[in-house]
Design a protein around this ligand. Sequence first.
Ligand SMILES: Cc1cc2nc3c(=O)[nH]c(=O)nc-3n(C[C@H](O)[C@H](O)[C@H](O)COP(=O)(O)O)c2cc1C
Length: 188
Amino acid sequence: MMAAAMLVGCAPKNEGAVQEKSFMDLARARFAVREYSQQPVEQAKIDSILEAGRLAPTAKNIQPQHVYVLQSEEAIAKINELTRCAYHAPVVFLVCYDTTLVWTKDGENSGNMDCSIVGTQMMLEATELGLGTCWVKWFDAAEVAAAFELPANHKPAFIMPCGYAAEGVQPHANHFSRKPLSETVTYK
Ligand SMILES: Cc1cc2nc3c(=O)[nH]c(=O)nc-3n(C[C@H](O)[C@H](O)[C@H](O)COP(=O)(O)O)c2cc1C
């Protein structure tokens, strides 16, 4: 029993028993970062974040997402003009879905849902890599699409600033407020 507990704590990643523990650690460690250092994000880390998104499940496995990586000086300046919530991060992921591909049922399409799963996986991978992120919906999708000359079928779902947190950044007080499961879960 003791040996098993030690193994769980020490086993390398991706080995059965340790997976849940390390996922929960990540879920607990993540918080919305709204102040960034200008230290560039390594391409290998960007690649890994994009790969985590690529592995996400989507409705019917259609994979309607399209991720724009904003990182040029011009693109970063532009997104900061369009929203106050890009927070001058060195990288901003603009996550869109292709309106011609999304799965549609009863008048609703899966685009936002698919992108949210992609984004969540990206966010947690960024956390694992020591990077901060913030999920951002505070922008005008039509304005962003026009400014970045997106194809008409690419609809922005959200943006995600990403980078190393500025020194001393702490989670907002909000972060520590989570409802108890008794308020949000019902067993039937
Ligand atoms: C769908 C969604 C939209 C959000 N939009 C914004 C936003 O526009 N600007 C912002 O600063 N934070 C935004 N957030 C971040 C939330 O405010 C934040 O995740 C929440 O307060 C919990 O704090 P935590 O992430 O530090 O745990 C958004 C989060 C989600 C999930």
